[in-house]
Design a protein around this ligand. Sequence first.
Ligand code: ZN
Length: 171
Amino acid sequence: MANTATDEGFLLALLNSTPVVDGVPADDLADPARARAWLASAGGLGTEAELQHVLRVRQALQAVLRGEQPPDVLAPELQDVASIPAMTDGQVTWTISVPPERVLAVRAVLAWDALARHSPGRLRPCANDECRLFLIDRSKANAARWCSMAVCGNRMKARRHYQRARNTPAE
Ligand SMILES: [Zn+2]
């Protein structure tokens, strides 16, 4: 199958293509021309049909990771997908057999599944409930809570500090 690290990067980039910008939910793939360029840069075709599959899988994966939907909602993305083995340089390699416009969407689901198996719970939403980003925690302690310590980590710390200061009566 394709490069695992690359697929994780693609999965995270896809999940994080709906950020909150200046307090307003945004969608990096809302503009069709920009979205097609984004798909092409991720190794896709950059077609409208591909975009529809990718948008659908993004919504499903985000809902699953936020605990809003069971993983079964991903089943349609895997329908009629086959994995074909071949012998290459003395090793068995696997190639996904699926219509080209569905490859990126299937890659996203397979990357999510690989992470869930090998690193359960490591891919998760940022703990800042006003942030819509996701993170992959690769630390030994597996205690990361923020998509970015610099952004959400410091913001949440500042908020807790402010609330503590406000709730503590002056002495
Ligand atoms: Zn965040």
